[in-house]
Design a binder for this molecule. Structure first.
Ligand SMILES: CC(C)(COP(=O)(O)OP(=O)(O)OC[C@H]1O[C@@H](n2cnc3c(N)ncnc32)[C@H](O)[C@@H]1OP(=O)(O)O)[C@@H](O)C(=O)NCCC(=O)NCCS
Length: 198
């Protein structure tokens, strides 16, 4: 078991098998993590279609995104041996007010940190946090193909509910995007008005 520090309170979680030798800390991001998060994200922006951004955000822009996400949803980082190796966050799903119990989730790991169980630890903490805050639905928007992300989301109980064909154009070709959804906590309960997210 390794500690997960959430709001300063360590919570035991199962250690990812391949990182057993090094303690993994999942914690709320602080402004000083912006440079690491920007560095993790930049190659995905430049070299892949996983994100539809085309220009890597500056550290300042990243810090702003992190603060906005943390205020209302969550922005968590995974730290191993003092180094931030990945982050997961949630944000607004859609603007209209009745969507406010839903959030869109995302996760990025440093390339060398992939496939070692870190994604599972980080995403578990993210979904737990959103549940604690009273969100009822998590939505993932995944550019195709991305077998790893699709498999990870399915393993977390996400179900694909749609495929938007040729919805983005990046790196010289039209790209399809899958929409996946998962309930959080007790999910949407028919006939009951949910408590406000907090
Ligand atoms: C997607 C990502 C977050 C997964 O994190 P990870 O640490 O690599 O994944 P984990 O080792 O924790 O494995 C979690 C699950 O992902 C899936 N998975 C991981 N590696 C996989 C691979 N090479 N092929 C297929 N599925 C894979 C499996 O379902 C796995 O569950 P299991 O171990 O019970 O079989 C990570 O690979 C990543 O950052 N990828 C690039 C960015 C990205 O695609 N982000 C998602 C945007 S929608």
């Amino acid at each position: 078991m390794v500690p997960v520090v959430r709001d300063g309170v360590p919570t035991p979680v199962p250690a990812p098998t391949s990182l057993e030798h090094a303690p993994v800390i999942v914690r709320d991001a602080v402004p000083a993590d912006a440079a690491a998060c920007a560095a993790i994200y930049a190659p995905y922006v430049r070299d892949t279609t996983i994100t539809f951004e085309e220009t890597p955000p500056s550290v300042e822009e990243m810090a702003g995104r992190m603060a906005r996400a943390a205020r209302q949803w969550a922005w968590l980082v995974a730290e191993v041996d003092g180094e931030v190796l990945g982050y997961a966050y949630a944000g607004r799903f859609k603007e209209r007010v009745a969507f406010r119990w839903s959030s869109e989730t995302s996760i990025y790991l440093a390339p060398d940190a992939r496939g070692k169980g870190l994604g599972r630890v980080l995403y578990t903490a993210l979904l737990d946090r959103l549940t604690e805050r009273g969100y009822r639905r998590a939505v993932a928007v995944i550019t195709q193909p991305n077998e790893t992300s699709m498999a990870m989301h399915r393993s977390f109980g996400f179900t694909q509910v749609g495929l938007l064909p040729s919805i983005g154009f990046k790196h010289g070709a039209w790209r399809d995007v899958a929409w996946l959804v998962r309930s959080l906590g007790e999910g949407p309960v028919p006939g009951l008005t949910p408590d406000e997210p907090r």
